[in-house]
Design a binder for this molecule. Structure first.
Ligand code: SAM
Length: 285
């Protein structure tokens, strides 16, 4: 199929690319990649592979490497192409640019300079995971990647305890078990959750269960590939004594009695004084 558009309007085109299966690319994305005067990519090798798979010739068009850390110099180069009245198509390595991927500064600067900035939407792991997780999608909060260090991750999770929507995280497969453990501590082990792995790829898998259940599963297996973790909002369900004791024991491993009581009380929406008393007793044991 010929994807070449005769007269593509000058401007910056953010093009979404597949998150796994190569055929998950839109016809418009291919039109833009075939027609833009200049191509720019987070990873030029992935871009070349994508063009090759879909039979889109690069020809003698420039293919420029760009990510937000490339700095003002690389951005200025792309803005200069826009200034010269050219069309620039930008794609990140996979999925939608700007979503846990580069493009934000480029988008902002180009819009502020008055150039056309538009997008060819397509796959993103957030939406794909939400579609499969079995959790409510009426409201969701994308929290991106959590910090790697245990304490910082726990604080980041605690700050999300009261968000009234499904929480969506991108996570490294190596850290799934630790992340689920911290999420159970900060948000309460009874919350429903899901781990969505290798979406749109051969080994696509979705695990569903409570945070505690998923943590137990994650301790006994490894995860490979790319993962999204989703967690339901707080439901204010009455937590059992066992849940509270388990959460407190876990929290006391890395926190003071006061912090553990506060965290668990918030995670389960229960009285802080009662939990503090339980924590003191547990510590005495
Ligand atoms: N821009 C991309 C998007 O729109 O989803 C995300 C890029 S971010 C650098 C990469 C992370 O997205 C991975 O570490 C993983 O958490 C998630 N991800 C990307 N592709 C995925 C897939 N096929 N299955 C599950 N998670 C995926």
């Amino acid at each position: 199929m010929n994807h070449k558009i005769e007269k593509l309007q000058p401007g910056l085109y953010f093009v979404a690319t597949p998150i796994g299966t190569a055929r998950d690319i839109t016809l418009r994305a291919l039109d833009l990649l075939a027609s833009a005067d200049v191509l720019a990519a987070e990873d030029t090798r992935s871009m070349k592979r994508l063009l090759e798979i879909h039979g889109v010739p690069l020809g003698d068009r420039p293919l420029i490497s760009y990510h937000d850390h490339s700095g003002a110099g690389a951005r200025a180069k792309l803005l200069a192409h826009l200034e010269a009245g050219r069309s620039v198509a930008y794609a990140s390595e996979a999925g939608t640019p700007l979503i846990a991927d580069p493009g934000y500064h480029l988008s902002k600067d180009a819009a502020e300079a008055g150039y056309l900035v538009t997008s060819a939407p397509g796959p993103s792991a957030i939406v794909t995971a939400l579609t499969l997780a079995g959790l409510p999608t009426d409201a969701f909060f994308f929290a991106g990647f959590l910090p790697n260090a245990h304490k910082a991750r726990l604080s980041a999770l605690q700050a999300l305890a009261e968000v009234p929507g499904t929480l969506v995280f991108y996570e490294s497969p190596r850290r799934i078990a630790d992340m689920l453990e911290d999420a159970a501590t900060a948000l309460g082990g009874t919350r429903q959750a899901a781990v969505a792995r290798e979406l749109t790829k051969k080994f696509e898998e979705v695990l569903r269960g409570s945070l505690s259940e998923l943590h137990t599963v994650a301790q006994d297996r490894t995860f490979k590939g790319e993962c999204v973790v989703l967690v339901d909002r707080a439901r204010g369900e009455a937590a059992g004594e066992d849940d509270l004791q388990a959460a407190l024991s876990q929290a006391l491993e890395s926190m003071s009695v006061r912090d553990a009581a506060e965290t668990v009380a918030k995670a389960y929406g229960v009285n802080k004084r009662k939990i503090y008393g339980m924590a003191l007793k547990l510590q005495d044991k």
